[in-house]
Design a protein around this ligand. Sequence first.
Ligand SMILES: Cc1ncc(COP(=O)(O)O)c(C=O)c1O
Length: 434
Amino acid sequence: MTETLLNRRKAAIPAGAATSHPFFVDRAEGSELWDTDGKHYVDFVAGIAVMNVGHRHPRVMAAIAAQMDRYAHVAWPVQHYEPYVAVCERLNAVAPINDAVSFLVNTGAEATENAVKIARLATGRSGIIAFTGSFHGRTNLALSLTGKVAPLRASYPHFQPGIFHIPFPIPDHGTSEEESLRALDHLFRASISPDQVAAILVEPVQGEGGYYMAPPAFLQKIQQICSDHGILFIADEIQSGFGRTGKFFAIEHSGVEPDLIPVAKGIGGGLPLAGVIGKRSVMDKVMPGSLGGTFAGNPLACAASLAVFDIIRDEGLLDRATAIGQHLTTALARITARTDVPPIGAVRGLGAMVAFEVFKTEDHSVPDSDTTKTIATRAAAEGLLVLPCGYWGNTIRIAPPLTTTDKLLDEGLNRLTRALTGLYSNTIRKENHA
Ligand SMILES: Cc1ncc(COP(=O)(O)O)c(C=O)c1O
């Protein structure tokens, strides 16, 4: 079955639209998946940090079905519908922004593009500062904002002008907070004056970049620099938002109040929905009619989103995200200490946004992206889905649904241990990684 489907896929779809694992999903439930050959998987990917309330949550399914009975699409630019308003009210209520307003779009890339567009319109400035290792989407502006060459920016030389990258602070990889801030100072002296900068765009926890957390003090300093120079602070919460880190938004861990927050992924419970939350004073500078799109804020996605908000509240998923993070990081620290696994370390997590890194050397000085990919492949063979990521390509990220039980977490961890221990015997590890 899988073989036939893979052949059809190869014939019909270009390699650019790549897929990590060579199997086809038959069905999914909670934190589990089954492929078309009947194989079972524990899902530590959650559709790339989307299915925070799990697959096929009954309340999400009921909400979509009820909305489907009334209307599926009518287009917000043409007439109003209540679920769109309700989602924006809920976003405004949970956002760490005073006097927030919101509007809806379809995808994360669209949300970051809109946040940048608003920042440029509101300030009358064009400069945008983003970070190395960042990921903000694959459309042209979003790609220009993204701070990683392969496979994202490679072979697309025509980026939008006015976008600059400074190093994201990752002390483990040699960049301290001070060095990041010094790079910003150099940028202001060498390339663009602060009064030409519309916004600084930062992921409070980098997603595709490797699940690196920006230290709260660093975010506070960036905010101070922003307010000193009339620069807007944009927190990209597309991957880190919707409860994943134990708070509704990861930026809340730092106490920083952003001007704009692009959101996507977990907001729609599996349906494509995204949005931008922002200070009313900033958003109101944008001309009527310049924001939105045909499908933006689709009613079915809005209905699903309202159910997601309720589930996060009623099932205590913020606390559960924290507990899942503790459970996973404790277990990973144990696994890391084993001598029959490749050199892994840098175990970290903010809530249920958990990661570890794979190295070629015992001193953890040389990242090993090839073995990282092999681990993900071996894990899938063991029936566990994990996803590699990272600026150095050597991070395994773990982002299970926030509804995952301890029993299923342990089952996933057992499968991960089998994938890791199957890679090298103790002797081979010592020979290869001396
Ligand atoms: C932080 C961040 N921003 C933006 C995006 C782009 O979102 P989308 O793939 O929905 O366009 C992603 C996707 O992974 C992301 O993690």
